[in-house]
Design a protein around this ligand. Structure first.
Ligand code: HEC
Ligand code: HEC
Length: 246
C-alpha cells in the first residue's frame, strides 16, 4: 500500500501539467517499433489482417457478398464507436458482431476471439492514416459525456484519473513504458508482451489494473463510452491500426 502510494506520488510529482497538444500514438514509440509498425513484412499483426481478409470472403453469406471487397471499408473505422439506429453504442467489434448474428445468422464470434480480432484488424487497417472523425452530437452526446466522466474520475487504490498519466505525464517513463496520450487509435494492436493481437478493451483493463481499480468486462458499456470519448479526443489524428506495442 505504502509503496503504491509512494509510487503514485513520485509519478505525479514530476507532472508539470503542460497544456499538452495531443500527439499521435506513434510519436511515443521507439524508432525501432515505429519502423516495424510501418512495415507489414516485419509486423506480426499483419497475420491477423491477412486472416481477417480471408474470413471476409469465406462462406456462402460472406461479408463480401453484401459489402463487396474489403476496400469498401476504407474510412469506416474513423467513425467508430457510433450509435446504431436502435440507440446502441457500437464499436467496430460490436458492429461486426451484429453483422455476424443479424446478417449472417451465425453465432457471435465472441470478444477477443481470433476471428473477431482478425476481422476488426482487417477493417480498421483500411482506415490507416485517415483522420479520426467520430460523431459526438445527437444520440452520441450522452455517451461522450459518460466517457468523459469516466476519464476524469480518480480511480482505484492509486486514486488516479486517466489524464494524470496520459495528459499530465505523457512522454515520461513508467515501468519501462513511455506514457502516450492514451488515444486508442492503434487498436487492435499486437503487443509483444501479450504475444498476440489484442483489443482496446484489453488494454483498458490493463490500465484499470494499473491503478488497482475494478477491471470491467471486455465490451462493458463503461468501456464503450470511454472508447467513444477517447476517439473524440483523437479527432483529426490518424488511425494507426494495427498498432505494434512492446
Ligand atoms: C446480409 C448482408 C450483410 C452481411 C453478410 C454482412 N453485413 Fe455488414 N452490414 C450490412 C448492412 C445492411 C450494414 C449497415 C447497417 C446500418 O446502416 O446500420 C452493415 C454494416 C457494416 C459495417 C459498418 C459500416 C459503416 O459504414 O458504418 C461493418 C464494419 C460491417 N458491416 C462489417 C461486416 C463484416 C465484417 C461482415 C462479415 C462477418 C459483414 N459485415 C457481413 C449487411 C451485411
Ligand atoms: C498510472 C498511469 C496510468 C493511468 C492512470 C492510466 N494509464 Fe493508460 N497507459 C499507461 C501506460 C504506461 C500505458 C502504456 C504506454 C502507452 O501507450 O501509453 C498505457 C496505455 C494506454 C492506452 C494504449 C495507448 C496505445 O497507443 O497503445 C490507452 C488507450 C490508455 N492507456 C487509456 C487509458 C485510460 C482511458 C485510462 C483511465 C481509465 C488510463 N489509460 C489510465 C498508464 C496509465
Amino acid at each position: 500500500m505504502i509503496r503504491r502510494a509512494a509510487a503514485a506520488a513520485a509519478l505525479l510529482a514530476c507532472g508539470v501539467a503542460a497544456a499538452s497538444e495531443l500527439r499521435p500514438a506513434r510519436d511515443f514509440l521507439s524508432p525501432e517499433l515505429r519502423a516495424q509498425q510501418d512495415d507489414p513484412s516485419r509486423h506480426p499483426g499483419w497475420l491477423w489482417v491477412e486472416e481477417g481478409e480471408a474470413l471476409w470472403q469465406r462462406g456462402e453469406r460472406s461479408c463480401q457478398s453484401c459489402h463487396g471487397g474489403i476496400a469498401t471499408m476504407a474510412g469506416v473505422a474513423t467513425r467508430y464507436p457510433a450509435v446504431a439506429p436502435d440507440g446502441a453504442l457500437l464499436n467496430l467489434e460490436g458492429r461486426i458482431e451484429r453483422c455476424r448474428t443479424q446478417q449472417q445468422g451465425a453465432a457471435a464470434f465472441g470478444y477477443e476471439s481470433d476471428a473477431l480480432l482478425s476481422l476488426t484488424a482487417a477493417v480498421a487497417q483500411r482506415s490507416r492514416g485517415l483522420p479520426m472523425s467520430v460523431a459526438t452530437d445527437g444520440a452520441a452526446a450522452p455517451f461522450v459525456e459518460e466517457g468523459r466522466r469516466f476519464y476524469e474520475a480518480r480511480q482505484g487504490q492509486l486514486n488516479l484519473a486517466c489524464g494524470q498519466c496520459h495528459d499530465d505525464n505523457a512522454g515520461r517513463r513508467l515501468r519501462g513504458d513511455v506514457i502516450s496520450n492514451g488515444l486508442g487509435t492503434g487498436y487492435p494492436a499486437y503487443r509483444l508482451d501479450w504475444n498476440t493481437l489484442g483489443s482496446l478493451h484489453r488494454r483498458l483493463r490493463a490500465c484499470s489494473l494499473g491503478v488497482r481499480a475494478t477491471q470491467l468486462p471486455l465490451g462493458a458499456p463503461e468501456y464503450l463510452s470511454l472508447e467513444l470519448f477517447l476517439a473524440a479526443r483523437a479527432a483529426g489524428l490518424p488511425v494507426e491500426a494495427p498498432g505494434l506495442r512492446r
